[in-house]
Design a protein around this ligand. Structure first.
Ligand code: GAR
Length: 204
């Protein structure tokens, strides 16, 4: 019997939003299985939703037996209309937490408010340094000795919410955008599942 089977105990659903490779999504899925989040915390990854039909992460989620859905932003005339459709898909799972994992769309304030306290993001820089795009190139160009990743609550201002965890890595003299990204990504895969597990523990 797992915690999720106990009378009066409801399952804590996670919904993960992706746009691409989904390696952070995969890290969360693997941690959930390895650490038996369902049994211990009554939590499971209920669905993975992508705004891009070609996102490679969708295949990985399907292989893990997780429901996937595409809400293609190109089918909507405005950010508000896209976000409304996305909210409908997400809310079918009544998620305890919504994880942005390489989800490359700017979200409307209405969307962010709707999930306030349930919406987290991983960003490939040591926030507040380098919000936005091309974080690794900008860190190298700025001559930073360190780069890293941040897990944070999502608030209406892009990449500015309260920080939940960070991991730093050195920037090496011969680093390219790609080598630095790979070093940071390794840390992302470590800290994102850790934060999610901690939040689920606090909720359970
Ligand atoms: C990750 O590095 C993530 O931090 C970044 O996109 C990559 C997605 O990789 N997210 C952002 O830049 C959000 N602003 P993944 O699809 O393999 O997880």
């Amino acid at each position: 019997m797992s915690a999720a089977d106990l009378p009066g105990t409801s399952v804590q659903n996670l919904v993960i939003l992706i746009s691409g490779n989904g390696s952070n999504m995969q890290a969360v899925i693997e941690a959930a299985a390895r650490e038996n989040w369902l049994g211990l915390l009554g939590a499971r990854v209920a669905a993975v939703i992508s705004n891009k039909p070609e996102a490679a992460g969708l295949g990985l989620a399907q292989q893990a037996g997780i429901a996937t859905e595409v809400v293609d932003h190109r089918g909507y005339g405005s950010r508000e209309a896209f976000d409304a459709a996305l909210m409908q898909s997400i809310d079918r799972h009544a998620p305890a937490l919504v994880l942005l994992a390489g989800f490359m769309r700017i979200l409307t304030p209405g969307f962010v408010r709707h999930y306030q306290g349930r919406l987290i993001n991983i960003h490939p820089s040591l926030l507040p340094a380098f919000p936005g795009l091309h974080t690794h190139r900008r860190a190298i160009e700025a001559g930073c000795a360190q780069a890293g990743a941040t897990v944070h609550w999502v608030t209406p201002e892009l990449d500015h919410g309260p920080i939940l965890a960070q991991a730093a890595v050195p920037v090496l003299p011969d680093d390219t955008e790609q080598t630095l990204a790979a070093r940071v990504l390794e840390q992302e895969h470590r800290i994102y599942p850790q934060v999610v597990r901690q939040l689920l523990t606090d909720l359970s």
